[in-house]
Ligand binder design. Structure first.
Ligand code: 13P
Ligand code: SF4
Length: 298
């Protein structure tokens, strides 16, 4: 299956991108695995004619926003993001009326239509830098209330919240972390900024998924408790032989990140199916918000 897929990737002049949470067999066959920011930058830079995005719908949309002349394929149309669905353009327009003149910082985990109404995007890797890059003293951050609260700890700006969250990260409690720390005393605890603030406060480091991979590699520690989706345990172990990684909670599984199968990838490359294309009237304003973020992060 892997050989067939790699042959088709070459034949179609495609690039296969995988988020760090994807199943091991998909990460193994990808041209690039990464966090949301790395994948956005790669989608903007690639010369390939086709981008196969192994992740969730908003990631494929971001690739389409950045590369309108390329064909973007999402191998399984059902792979969405519950957090991205917690904000709609209608609801954001209404909220903006209550906060006139205030910039909107939107997490990339959002639809293209919501990005189109935003001033600038951010990811978990650059949220603090994005917020601090704004001249304004006040801003609205959407849709993740946890990322917004965790970012607020690193800025003097007033951040208005949107009441959304990642159900998988929001489910990690202080009690879960206390239990993991008791079971693995001495282990370093890494938390994703989508976790609740009281959980992030317990962490030795709050990082994006690729940030965790780099942090673990650079650290002298040999044991780590991982406060993010369990898919990250695979690349952490692959890239850090000899180090041990424990999930902060076994329950941190994102079903959407597990929907794409190798068969789906083969089918979409054979039939050029699963195309994701953002219409121009949404793409142009969304591109402004995404480009502002990428320029800041390069
Ligand atoms: P990062 O890989 O950017 O940290 O994002 C985590 C996530 O939840 C993506 O869906
Ligand atoms: Fe969305 Fe959370 Fe799944 Fe990421 S892990 S795709 S934020 S539901």
């Amino acid at each position: 299956m892997k050989e067939k897929i790699r042959a088709l990737v070459k034949e179609r002049n495609a690039v296969l991108l995988s988020h760090n949470y994807q199943p091991p067999e998909i990460q193994e066959m990808a041209d690039l695995c990464g966090d949301s920011l790395e994948l956005s930058i790669r989608a903007a830079d690639t010369d390939a004619e086709v981008i196969v995005f192994c992740g969730v719908h908003f990631m494929a949309e971001t690739a389409s926003i950045l590369s309108p002349d390329k064909i973007v394929l999402l191998p399984n149309a059902d792979a969405g993001c519950p957090m991205a669905d917690m904000i709609t353009p209608v609801a954001l327009r209404a909220r903006r009326k209550d906060l006139p003149g205030i910039p909107v910082v939107t997490y990339v985990n959002s639809s293209a239509a919501v990005k189109a109404l935003s001033t600038i995007c951010c990811t978990s890797a650059n949220a603090v830098a994005v917020v601090n890059s704004l001249d304004d003293a006040e801003l609205l951050m959407t849709p993740d209330r946890n990322l917004a609260r965790n970012t607020a700890r690193h800025t003097d700006k007033k951040i208005h919240l949107w009441d959304g969250c990642c159900p998988i990260h929001d489910r990690l409690t202080v009690a879960d972390v206390e239990a993991a720390k008791a079971a693995h005393p001495g282990a370093v605890f890494m938390a994703h900024p989508e976790c609740r603030p009281e959980v992030v406060e317990m962490a030795d480091a709050a990082l994006s998924t690729s940030g965790m991979i780099r942090f673990a590699a650079e650290s002298d520690a040999t044991e780590f408790i991982v406060g993010t989706e369990v898919g990250l345990l695979y690349p952490l172990a692959q890239k850090n032989p000899g180090k041990i990684f424990y999930p902060a909670s076994e329950g941190m599984v994102c079903p959407d990140m597990k929907k794409i199968t190798p068969q789906d990838i083969l089918d979409c490359l054979e039939n050029m199916s699963g195309q994701v294309k953002v219409p121009e009237d949404i793409r142009i304003p969304a591109l402004a918000a995404v480009t502002r973020m990428i320029e800041l992060s390069r």
